[in-house]
Ligand binder design. Structure first.
Ligand SMILES: [Cu+2]
Length: 265
């Protein structure tokens, strides 16, 4: 009997004047629903990228639902039109915007709220102290960095800044960060700094190597475990899992690339 009454009043609401009341009630419900459903972010990254996974975990704790693709991010970055100079280790898409690199969640939420005419956001390189590049692993170090709003014309402007030294302060000395510092003085044949690393995995069929490495100053990359392509196949013969090496790296057509390898002095 009760159910019938409900049905009655529902149809009355749909046909009669009470319809507006029904709408007024359902609108806030829909809003609450939307608030409870986190924005879905698609992320393209290398399966071996530790700092990418740390960034994803951080995003999931900060209001995003993440769908990750372990395909590397070079193709995705190109397809989405991010110029190489803004590149980092992962590329993401959320709400029609590209997010490149270790961008803080608050900046992405603000982007989705304000919805500027733009391609998206980027933190180029991998600054230490950005989300996913922080914590005890990096000795609590916090390097200054900018979040850039990327225009659709290839330009950019600063969207947010972090860990900037106070105005007038002398430029901060970059504290040494464990591995890599001993070799930092020397360079390879082309003047790129040597970086110390441990070989974690050699992927001979794809000509790639996973290295746990110290900071790479010329790429503005902190120490981390990360996959590199090799500039030439001959380098494969010099690589063995578990071995410690010196290497130099460069960004070649948007891919982090091992250029030269040398034994540790
Ligand atoms: Cu990274």
């Amino acid at each position: 009997m009760q159910r019938r009454t409900l049905l009655h009043s529902a149809s009355a609401a749909l046909t009669g004047l009470a319809g507006s009341t029904l709408l007024a009630l359902s609108a806030p419900l829909a809003l609450a629903q939307a608030r409870r459903t986190p924005p879905v972010m698609e992320v393209w990254k290398d399966p071996q990228c530790g700092c990418c996974n740390d960034w994803i975990t951080y995003l999931e704790k900060n209001g995003f639902s993440v769908r990750a693709f372990d395909t590397g991010n070079i193709a995705a970055r190109r397809r989405l039109g991010v110029p190489e100079q803004y590149g980092s280790c992962h590329t993401a898409l959320v709400g029609g915007y590209v997010v490149e690199g270790h961008v803080p969640a608050a900046d992405i939420h603000r982007l989705l709220r304000e919805r500027p005419v733009a391609l998206g956001l980027s933190v180029p390189g991998m600054p230490i102290g950005s989300p996913g590049m922080d914590g005890p692993l990096y000795g609590g170090r916090r390097d200054p960095y900018h979040v850039l709003l990327l225009g659709r014309d290839g330009g950019s402007r600063i969207w947010a800044s972090y860990h900037q030294p106070p105005a007038g302060a002398p430029a901060a000395q970059q504290p040494a960060n464990g591995a890599g510092t001993a070799a930092a003085a020397a360079t390879d044949r082309d003047g790129r700094p040597w970086v110390e690393a441990e070989v974690r995995r050699v992927d001979r069929s794809n000509r790639r190597v996973s290295l746990r490495h110290g900071p790479i100053p010329n790429l503005e990359m902190g120490g981390m475990t990360m996959v590199f392509q090799l500039s030439e196949s001959a380098l494969l013969e010099q690589l063995q899992q578990g071995q410690r090496i010196r290497f130099s790296a460069a960004l070649i057509q948007g891919e982090y690339t091992v250029m030269q390898i040398a034994p540790l002095p």
